[in-house]
Write a protein that binds this ligand. Structure first.
Ligand SMILES: *[C@@H]1O[C@H](CO)[C@@H](O)[C@H](O)[C@H]1NC(C)=O
Ligand SMILES: *[C@@H]1O[C@H](CO)[C@@H](O)[C@H](O)[C@H]1NC(C)=O
Ligand SMILES: CC(=O)N[C@H]1CO[C@H](CO)[C@@H](O)[C@@H]1O
Length: 355
């Protein structure tokens, strides 16, 4: 009898723990807020983007770089056999349309699987494009030089490092140095699921330069988008599963110290920073379960948030755009340039809005 009771108690406790985990798990995958569609008047789908516009970075002169064709374990791809691409779109044109950038010979295009991107411009206006790449689902960082008059990218180097084990996003701070987030997805997909389920928080931010590679922040459930304030003093990291943005102060020695955490009730993905106002723009997933279990009849939606005065006591968070997936599915990034808003997606199309 005693044993039976004990057994029942154990089953009860284990059951309760699993129940609690399931609730947490669902909470992690979903925003609990209601998501009523909220459209903007002047938007159109960008012609020529059919299989993702996962990350977007814009130069101060209005040239937008777009990574397209990500193949991510467990996520939908509309072109599973096509290699990835970097597209360029000139936002100064009357009807901007993307063109594929040619990549220099010798670079392995067949396994090109671009993810997060970041631009660095040096004092001579040479533009370097840093691209997180997942050839054979491994993680590398590719550094290219942008040759504008040829619409091409010259491949300079491939960076691999044991601390760059499963890179998601990247933020360049020099011609060969950057901060990167590791999400542990590619090294251990099972690990990532377990991590989400158990609520572990073992993903991190790493600083890389040829001289020094070090972990500069840790303890995220799933560190995803990363970006920097226009004055270079603050670094923002999106924790996609914790629904939060972590703000760090960046020191001259490149270490990061935590300043604050802003909780947002949504699955935030990539962070863009308006170079003039310093405002943050976020591409978000209203329901990540629909992203993971893709159903064309009930596709994942899109959400864009605009955050002003993030360092103040009361940052203003504005929901700018919401769609249930009938226009645009699985928004992963929202980038602002002048009056242009570009909404990129993990595997779907791209939306161009004039504000
Ligand atoms: C910029 O150009 C100057 C003059 O050509 C050169 O000396 C310098 O090394 C260049 N800087 C970089 C970072 O390439
Ligand atoms: C970097 O600088 C900050 C601020 O000055 C300091 O608190 C921190 O200890 C330094 N870190 C290292 C590794 O030197
Ligand atoms: C650059 C960046 O943060 N990319 C993220 C954007 O969104 C996709 C979709 O979730 C992520 O997989 C990327 O890591």
């Amino acid at each position: 009898m005693g044993k039976l009771l004990l057994g029942l108690a154990v089953i009860g406790i284990v059951g309760a723990l699993i129940g609690e985990r399931l609730v947490m798990f669902r909470h992690r995958l979903c925003a609990s807020r209601e998501m009523k569609p909220k459209r903007l008047p002047n938007c159109h789908l960008i012609k020529g983007i059919e299989s993702g516009s996962e990350d977007i970075d814009v130069l101060p002169n209005g040239l937008a770089f777009i990574s397209s064709g990500l193949k991510y374990p467990g996520l939908k791809s509309f072109a599973p056999d096509k290699n990835g691409q970097i597209l360029l779109m000139d936002l100064n044109e009357e009807n901007p349309h993307p063109v594929e950038l040619k990549i220099s010979r010798g670079f392995d295009m067949a396994s090109f699987n671009p993810h997060g991107i970041s631009i660095y411009t040096d004092e001579n206006d040479t533009v370097y494009l840093f691209v997180v790449n997942h050839p054979q689902y491994k993680s590398t960082v590719e550094v290219f030089k942008f040759v504008e008059d040829e619409n091409s990218l010259l491949h300079l180097k491939t960076i691999k490092h044991e601390l760059l084990s499963s890179v998601n996003d990247i933020m360049a701070v020099g011609p060969d140095s950057f901060y990167a987030t590791n999400d542990h997805y590619f090294s251990e997909s099972i690990g990532m699921l377990l991590e989400m389920f158990l609520g572990l928080s073992w993903t991190n931010v790493v600083y890389y330069s040829p001289k020094e590679v070090k972990e500069v922040a840790a303890g995220f459930y799933s560190a995803n988008g990363i970006n920097i304030s226009p004055d270079g003093k603050y670094v923002y990291v999106a924790d996609i599963l914790d629904h939060s943005i972590h703000v760090f102060e960046k020191h001259d020695n490149l270490s990061l110290t935590p300043v604050k955490v802003l909780q947002l009730d949504t699955i935030l993905d990539n962070i863009s920073v308006d170079p003039y106002t310093g405002d943050l723009w976020l591409g978000c997933h209203p329901n990540a379960a629909k992203l993971i279990f893709y159903n064309p009849e009930d596709p994942p939606g899109s959400e864009v948030l605009h955050i002003q005065n993030i360092l103040s006591d009361k940052p203003t968070v504005t929901q700018v755009y919401v769609d249930d997936g009938s226009v645009i599915q699985a928004s992963s990034v929202a980038t602002i340039y002048d009056k242009h808003l570009l909404i990129g997606t993990v595997f779907h199309r791209g939306l161009h809005c004039q504000l």
